[in-house]
Design a protein around this ligand. Sequence first.
Ligand SMILES: *[C@@H]1O[C@H](CO)[C@@H](O)[C@H](O)[C@H]1NC(C)=O
Length: 222
Amino acid sequence: MRTILVSPPLFLFTLCLMLGLSKPDPCPLQDYCIADTNNPKALFLNGAPCINPELATPSHFFTSSLSKPGNTSANQFGFSVTLTNTVNLPGLNTLGLVLARVDIAANGIVPPHAHPRASEVTTCLRGTLLVGFIDTSNRVFTQNLKPGESFVFPKGMIHFLYNMDSRNPALAISGLNSQNPGAQIASVATFASKPGVPDEVLTKAFQISSQEVAKIRRNLGG
Ligand SMILES: *[C@@H]1O[C@H](CO)[C@@H](O)[C@H](O)[C@H]1NC(C)=O
């Protein structure tokens, strides 16, 4: 019988690949790294530089930035997302997480979008939400959420939150496992990018006319 030997370089390469694929934000090498937002970005870091740990105070780990509703009239979809970040909550720097407050107007929607760097668990606090995501085999998973109920969107998957109530706003809170999850709304990225994706790419990709491309662009503010 022949034994299949994996050469050490190949083994190391595979190991690195596996670790790389499942890696969250880099692990902190100290208790915390309070973001030094006063210093200009003189160099590019993966995150923000830290202040001297001896200068840390409770206020660095505190924020009230999610206490007020966002303005759901600021976009045509009727949603507002307020995120904690290294500016309003400098103590979360390097810890690999953020919290998001999601306000959705009556019949408003957070349109299909993806976070390239984070999975998200959302909890409905007020109202009735229809949430869902689409996996890489184009299978869709949907669920109705009442207050207190949660749903998880795996990292990178396109997902949405729709307020089914035509009279009352909805509120959800989401945790994401990156300090910089990133967000791409599929329709806006495709039809309202700056500069625009060439017309012939969109007419071919969506099997529509250039008039229809122009209409969608206009609707989305492209
Ligand atoms: C919300 O946004 C809309 C549209 O930009 C604006 O007209 C309105 O004044 C804003 N409301 C508040 C409370 O900021």
